[in-house]
Design a protein around this ligand. Structure first.
Ligand code: SF4
Length: 467
């Protein structure tokens, strides 16, 4: 899915480590979460008394100078990389979001999407909160910052009772780091250990990058507080036991080197490729991945089928940030900017082309044309997930059903539209089998239409700007 991708909206990171340069650790943590959001980046730090924050539009490596990092002093920090799913792409929506709350400063980095944010925002406005930006994160931060309670865990728990939706949070107070996961555990969040402290991160790849050891995932509904006394867990007492982690983290969003729910994603994706072959064996000459996201499944497909794996498409890895702006015109231009084909590999070959999903389908046709122009005799598309037929309301930018090609075309019609000789999607059973975890631990709403949280209306991602 190199140019047709649904966007994950955020990566979050937090570290509590006296005697460490926490801003720099957060910078490198965010660097490894860059794939989760490329529009803006920010870090907030605290030293027990005072909070400092720096946010900027752009990629992590352009958002912070040495001076910026050196000003972010203290022993606690949180960071955020953002892609907008609520609120437009602009500086005042960049995270983390900082408010002067009733109990002191509080900053929040949020991954996910609240489906009741308009109501929450209206309630807060009625109680005198004045909003600057248009994100659900701002509403969520104010809700925490104004919730009463004897300590931060109690205040967060009270605020959580007002939230409906997906949220994994890294929260910074003046003297504590807090990690929170929504009661369905829709978005991921992991805990790691470093020599002098604790780390939380959207994905374990960020833990590895800074030399932290993975400890465990934050449980659905759990609040984890790190302060001068150590780490404390506050599990959800009345948890209904129903987890609904986003299955797209396994298919595409999370980095292949991350661990999630005990699974290494590269290996899970290899098994998805093997399942694809088992469900529909085909005679072909080479298996070509759409780089980079199709690589693990193409390896699995090749190993299971015995058909040689070949890199027939080469990705320009340094395309720069103009390409990753959320703009349809640039997305469609993307294939020409981002991939070149190797005619020596493709000439006269029957190609199995492996990709993780087809979302809008608008840019698949140019890719198939590119393969044919470079000599491919046949192109057989194999997708290692079922068709996306329903919108996501939990933080992934595919909120309009009209945008989803599989919502209004049959599989054969999709194949015809993108110009392939044949097309096959992995079944839901095959996907679950490859992940090797019970199906009732996942949200599969965009594949099945079964939403784990009630969704009452089609939500436009900019709706908050109209209330
Ligand atoms: Fe993930 Fe799809 Fe559920 Fe959204 S609807 S959280 S993309 S599985």
């Amino acid at each position: 899915m190199p140019f047709d991708e649904p966007r994950e909206e955020c990566g979050v990171f937090g570290v509590y480590a006296p005697s460490e340069d926490v801003a720099r650790l957060t910078f490198f943590g965010l660097y490894s979460l860059q794939h989760r959001g490329q529009e803006s980046a920010g870090i907030a730090s605290a030293d027990g008394q005072k909070m400092r924050i720096h946010t900027r539009m752009g990629l992590v490596n352009t958002a912070f100078s040495e001076d910026d990092l050196s000003r972010l002093t203290g022993h606690i920090a949180i960071g955020h990389t953002r892609y907008s799913t609520t609120g437009s792409s602009m500086a005042k929506n960049a995270g983390p979001f900082l408010v002067h709350g009733d109990y002191g400063d509080i900053a929040v980095a949020h991954n996910g999407n609240l489906i009741n944010s308009a109501i929450l925002r209206r309630d807060l406005e009625e109680h005198g909160v004045r909003f600057e930006g248009s994100t659900d994160t701002e509403a969520l931060t104010w809700a925490i910052g104004t919730s009463p309670g004897p300590d931060i865990a109690a205040r967060v728990r009270r605020a959580m009772s007002r939230f409906v939706g997906a949220y994994s949070l890294a929260i910074l107070t003046e003297d504590a780091l807090v990690g929170v996961r929504d009661p369905k555990g829709i978005r991921p969040l992991s805990i790691g250990r470093i020599d002098h402290g604790w780390v939380i991160a959207s994905e374990t790849c960020a833990l590895s990058t800074i030399g932290a050891t993975f400890v465990r995932d934050v449980e659905p509904g759990e609040i984890v507080v790190v302060d001068a006394e150590g780490i404390h867990s506050y599990p959800m007492i009345d948890w209904d036991g129903e987890q609904a982690t986003c299955i797209f983290e396994f298919i595409y969003f999370a980095r292949p080197d991350s661990m999630m729910m005990g699974r290494r994603l590269h290996l899970a994706r290899q098994r998805m490729g093997a399942e694809l072959w088992k469900e529909d064996p085909i005679d072909a000459d080479i298996v070509v991945p759409v780089p980079d996201s199709g690589v693990p499944a193409a390896i699995g497909y090749s190993q299971a089928s015995g058909i040689p794996y070949a890199e027939g498409l080469i990705k320009n890895r340094y395309i720069g940030r103009t390409f990753i702006q959320p703009d349809q015109r640039l997305r469609e231009q993307g294939v020409k900017l981002k991939l070149n084909a190797l005619p020596e590999v493709l000439e006269g070959k029957r190609v199995v082309l492996v990709d993780d999903t087809i979302v809008r389908g608008t840019t698949s046709r140019p890719l198939v044309d590119l393969l044919r122009q470079n000599g491919a005799r046949e192109v057989h598309m194999r997708v290692h997930a079922p068709p996306i037929m329903w919108p996501c309301y939990y933080g992934v930018d595919m909120a309009r059903r009209d945008d989803l090609i599989a919502a209004y075309k049959t599989v054969d019609e999709v194949g015809e539209a993108i110009g392939v000789d044949s097309i096959k999607y992995l079944s839901l059973d095959g996907l679950i089998h490859a992940i090797d975890l019970p199906s009732n631990r996942f949200c599969t709403a965009c594949l099945t239409g079964h939403y784990p949280l009630p969704v009452q209306m089609e939500m436009d991602k900019l709706s908050l700007e109209r209330v």
